[in-house]
Ligand binder design. Structure first.
Ligand code: UDP
Ligand code: MN
Length: 263
């Protein structure tokens, strides 16, 4: 028995909830056979949770501040880690033997269910800003309460060098850069959308291998304006090239697959 396996994502507000809806529908579109889980906090509206329930198998509510867990109380001294620590809750999903965490600003364009069989805890792809760090937007992991508590205790003691989950997880899994290459996911599993213009020849060469797109950075797909009638982005996407195509795909999934579920 291989045990249950799931893709897990996170939204702490309705805007990121929209990202989760598109991500979830992108996974359905490529025919995943894994369960889909979205972690939400109480700031996500009831309407958004109902929409999420139509795409995801499970919508799980988490609330850091209500916890009577001593570790969490200590964390209240570190308010900057709020959203970050909500992400860490993915380790508590112990009903799954193995899981893949995906940021709400990712989109799956090809089936990537092999992630569950070919990679082990803890596997992630390099970050484009500092490739000796992994990017924490996509990772394969094994849910475990012991690991959860250990990361939490580590966070209380050491914080995060960048103030977010990526800094914390890179400090915790600090052997990633020089450890086993088996823990390095190929870039096709966490392709930062901007690479399309920063290293266009490499993107062109590998475009038909790419499986997961990550819209990392301050400008997210939902910040763009889209012409629903014309089914295209309102801004001039000619200058964006292939990046425009990825944004348009995100919007097309939103309009044709997610919108019918939005209340
Ligand atoms: N997130 C969230 N609410 C926030 C900020 C972040 O739910 O206000 C979650 C969401 O899943 C998001 C992830 O945390 O994808 C990481 O944040 P983001 O993707 O914005 O960071 P980036 O990848 O751009 O560094
Ligand atoms: Mn992200």
């Amino acid at each position: 028995c291989r045990g249950r396996q799931a893709y897990v994502t996170l939204a702490t507000n309705d805007t990121y909830g929209l990202g989760c809806l598109v991500l979830g529908e992108s996974l359905r579109r490529v025919g995943t056979t894994k369960e889909l889980v979205v972690m939400v906090t109480r700031h996500v509206s009831d309407a958004m949770r109902h929409s999420l329930e139509k795409t995801f198998d499970h919508v799980k509510l988490f609330d850091l501040l209500d916890s009577n867990d001593a570790g969490n109380l200590a964390l209240l001294q570190r308010p900057e880690l709020g959203v970050t620590l909500t992400k860490i809750h993915c380790w508590t999903l112990t009903e799954y033997r193995r899981a893949v965490f995906l940021d709400a600003d990712t989109m799956v364009v090809r089936n990537c269910d092999e992630l569950f069989d070919q990679y082990q805890e803890f596997s992630a792809a390099p970050d484009v800003g500092w490739p000796d760090c992994f990017n924490s937007g996509v990772f394969v992991y094994k849910p475990s309460l012991a690991t959860y508590r250990s990361i939490l205790a580590f966070a209380v003691k050491n914080g995060s060098f960048d103030g977010g989950d990526q800094g914390l997880l890179n400090m915790y899994f600090s052997d990633w850069a020089r450890g086993s290459i088996k823990k390095h996911l190929p870039f096709i599993y966490n392709m930062v959308a901007s690479i399309v213009y920063t290293y266009q020849p490499a993107f062109r060469l590998n475009a038909d291998q790419v499986k997961i797109i990550h819209f990392l950075g301050p400008v997210k797909p939902w910040h763009w304006q889209y012409d629903i009638q014309g089914r295209c982005l309102m801004s001039d996407t000619g200058s964006l090239g292939d990046a425009g195509d990825l944004l348009t795909l995100w919007w097309n999934i939103l309009i044709s697959r997610a919108m019918p579920n939005i209340e």
